[in-house]
Design a binder for this molecule. Structure first.
Ligand code: AMP
Length: 289
């Protein structure tokens, strides 16, 4: 275990973090976990702040999880900046960072995965086979290793949150889940570790996704209750601006199924995923009608 000046303790092994957790539990301290893949930005920082409000001690995990990357995705090039990340954690009141090597976490996975029903049929689940199974694998491990009282995730990955919430319920994980709002750049672009892939030109275009979501949300709150044509039109607009649209639609906020007719007094998820060059961007808004 390695202690930095600000008393941030970095644990690289499961044994080390388990020892920490055991001690904290003996002292009666509650633990909030914030799982991340590092390359930390203001979005992650906001999760640390939420975490601090829910428990005595904040533990962050930093692990680029190979199980959630497809064969043609960016696992190799995903930004890794552990030293800077630790500095951020220590400035933001994180007490412990669990930053394991790949073979500390995955050494014998051959026979089991967690199969997901319904909730991954659409949105990112449709275009990234195995993605959410990979996420459940790591989150399940983290919950078992760290046994947090609460865990904080971002609304940016709304589908991820709903799938983890389902796992929590069905596997009886005794953890309270907190969903924190999306943090954006001044021009509206949702912050993401992948934004560093964008060229200057693409970075100028990128907030167009959020503007498109906002426009659809305004039309819906203005009374449009069958948004199919509106969405088709916005999709074409995005393509004309240089985006390649993976999905753009309105979904039930609980079961994540596409909807054609919106009803009053319901919550919906308006979500989009696009590519700008090779960079995948996602964003969403919750619509409370
Ligand atoms: P990642 O490191 O991308 O796996 O994200 C770790 C956590 O940070 C997830 O719960 C994300 O939903 C959350 N997150 C990522 N970007 C943002 C953002 N812009 N605002 C709020 N939370 C975010």
């Amino acid at each position: 275990m390695e202690k930095t000046e600000r008393q941030l303790t970095v644990c690289k092994t499961i044994d080390e973090i388990r020892q920490v957790v055991k001690q904290l539990k003996q002292q009666g301290e509650s633990i909030a976990l914030v799982p991340t893949m590092g390359a930390l930005h203001e979005g992650h920082i906001s999760l640390f702040r939420h975490a601090k409000e829910t428990a005595d001690v904040v533990v962050a995990s930093i692990f680029v999880n190979p199980a959630q990357f497809g064969p043609n995705e960016d696992f190799e090039t995903y930004p890794r900046r552990l030293e800077e990340d630790l500095e951020i954690c220590s400035n933001e009141g994180v007490s412990y960072v669990f930053a394991p090597a790949r073979n500390e976490i995955y050494y014998n996975e051959k026979y089991l995965t967690i199969q997901i029903e319904l909730l991954n049929k659409h949105l990112c689940g449709a275009s990234r086979p195995g993605f959410f199974e990979g996420i459940l694998l790591i989150v399940n491990k983290l919950f078992n290793i760290i046994r947090p009282d609460s865990a904080v995730f971002g609304q940016k990955d709304y589908q991820q949150f709903k799938i983890i919430e389902q796992m929590r319920a069905e596997f009886n994980h005794p953890v309270e889940l907190v969903m924190a709002p999306i943090i954006r750049a001044n021009d509206g672009l949702a912050l993401s570790s992948r934004n560093t892939y964008l060229s200057d030109e693409e970075r100028v275009i990128a907030p167009g996704l959020y503007r498109c979501l906002q426009y659809i949300a305004e039309q819906v709150s203005g009374g449009v209750d069958q948004p199919k044509l509106l969405i088709e039109h916005q999709r074409a607009e995005l393509e004309a601006k240089g985006f390649r649209v993976d999905y753009l639609d309105v979904y039930t906020s609980d079961t994540l199924q596409p909807v054609t007719e919106l009803k009053k007094n319901r919550r919906y998820l308006l979500a989009g995923a696009v590519y700008l060059g090779d960079t995948r961007l996602i964003d969403n808004l919750l619509l409370d009608l």
